[in-house]
Design a protein around this ligand. Structure first.
Ligand SMILES: [Zn+2]
Length: 449
């Protein structure tokens, strides 16, 4: 761990918090119905200290919980002469297994084995792991980004854009803030803070789970360097009858994020009027190595401007978009066209879902970087690209806050195992075409052998 405050100094007394605003924060409702929690801990014990009561409550209500333990917490005693980081990692894995067994015996526990104190350098890996466990998840729970601990902040930063984009609530729990901050500290985002009340059962279970993290609240030995990390006064903050979360409610409920964009402006990216967009579409179409295709898939079809062009060159086009508003507009646009192939437009999100059957053209345009796991996208493409299939990808290269991965990442991932036949690079976007055999257009046409 590498906190930017001194955990050895006496921190804020729990008594100061007891008599202040946290006890009167607005309440959060307990998980119920179809709720499913994904808890991300930077170190073994974060899950228990920050969200143990929430996890126990979910268990009591029969709600599924997955816990990702990002690092093994092997750096908790860097000066120890008696315990190596490897030993500490083993001990702490055992302790968190024990703790979670008490909190939620049915919970799924996954160790990512990323370096303790080094999570900031592995934020993308973390994000990919989070995405890999997002199926059906309604709440992502992480340490708070403002906790003044680089590992805690990294977990929060990795989860935030994913949660926002997937329409999942993101709850962040402070740990060290209870120690270094005081009730009047301006750093605490009180407007976004909520209180989750714990029943007697949850309080007792949480206390037992805290006890399971022996290596953290008891000295490893009497030797210097083996002192307890969590003092009794620090632990008092986690014996409350409530937990506090910094809450960001979903902004993108299954396409609602994009719906909001479309609600602001019917054409949020200026696809219709911008010369930039028209030129890019023309380049993409010109780069296709054949005049005709049997069946094309265009995920992220937006308002259907490219779809209508593809329909002129394909017997069939399957066009998807995650935003209902976009699907509506695309449907309207395609409705009035004359000629062209059969077009089906549906509201679906990739790569969680994918159409059946084979395609001899897959167009991944300005959509790949919304998939935080390009590897999953690659797998989907690999299984549905026909033997003579053509994969086209086109992505914006500039920084965008809502893109968890870059254009280059997406292209490198989805092109793996295929032969690139067109590589068009300019300052604003990448345009690549791949096939399985890599034959050039001149070769296909018989101009060259
Ligand atoms: Zn931690």
């Amino acid at each position: 761990m590498r906190p930017s405050f001194d955990s050895d100094l006496a921190g804020t007394d729990e008594f100061a918090w007891t008599n202040s605003w946290p006890a009167t924060l607005p309440l959060l409702t307990a998980p119920g119905g179809g709720d499913r929690l994904l808890v991300v801990a930077a170190h073994p014990d974060d899950e228990t200290l920050g969200a143990g009561g929430l996890i126990a409550t979910a268990a009591a209500r029969g709600r599924p919980v997955t816990v990702l333990i990002a690092s093994d917490g092997e750096a908790s005693h860097p000066q120890s002469l008696t315990h190596s980081p490897e030993q500490l990692a083993r001990i702490r894995r055992r302790e968190v297994t024990d703790a979670l067994g008490r909190l939620h015996p049915g919970a799924e526990l996954i160790f990512l084995g990323l370096p303790d104190s080094g999570l900031a350098a592995h934020e993308r890996e973390l994000a990919i792991h989070i995405c890999g466990h997002l199926d059906g998840v309604t709440h992502v729970i992480t340490p708070w980004s403002g906790d003044r601990h680089t590992d805690h902040a990294a977990c929060a930063r990795a989860a935030a854009p994913i949660a926002a984009q997937a329409g999942i609530a993101h709850w962040q729990f402070p740990i060290w803030a209870w120690h270094w901050a005081a009730p009047e500290s301006p750093e605490l985002p009180r407007q976004r803070m909520r209180r989750f009340p714990l029943g007697t059962g949850a309080i007792e279970t949480k206390a037992a789970a805290i006890n399971a993290h022996v290596s953290q609240h008891r000295p490893l030995s009497d030797v210097r360097g083996d002192e307890a990390v969590l003092s009794d006064s620090m632990l008092m903050h986690f014996r409350r009858d409530y937990e506090v979360f910094v809450v960001d409610e979903p902004t993108a409920a299954d396409g609602a994020y994009f719906d909001a964009l479309y609600a602001e402006r019917p054409d949020p990216w200026g696809l219709d009027e911008r010369f930039y967009e028209r030129r890019k579409r023309e380049l993409l179409l010109a780069s296709l190595p054949r005049p005709r295709f049997r069946r094309a898939f265009e995920p992220g079809c937006a308002t259907g401007l490219l779809t209508i062009e593809l329909a002129q060159r394909c017997d069939e086009v399957v066009a998807w978009d995650g935003a209902p508003v976009a699907v509506e507009q695309a449907t309207a646009r395609l409705h009035g066209r004359s000629g062209g192939g059969l077009v089906t437009i549906q509201q679906r999100r990739i790569p969680a879902t994918w159409p059946d059957g084979l395609f001899d053209l897959i167009v991944v345009s300005e959509v790949g970087y919304y998939c935080a796991d390009p590897g999953q996208l690659r797998q989907r493409i690999a299984t549905s690209l026909a033997l003579d299939g053509v994969l086209v990808a086109c992505h914006w290269r500039h920084q965008a806050d809502d893109h968890p991965v870059t254009a280059a990442d997406v292209h490198a991932a989805i092109g793996a195992g295929l032969q690139r036949t067109v590589a068009h690079e300019e300052a604003d976007f990448l345009l690549d075409v791949w096939t399985r055999d890599g034959r050039s257009v001149a070769a296909i046409e018989g101009i060259v052998p």
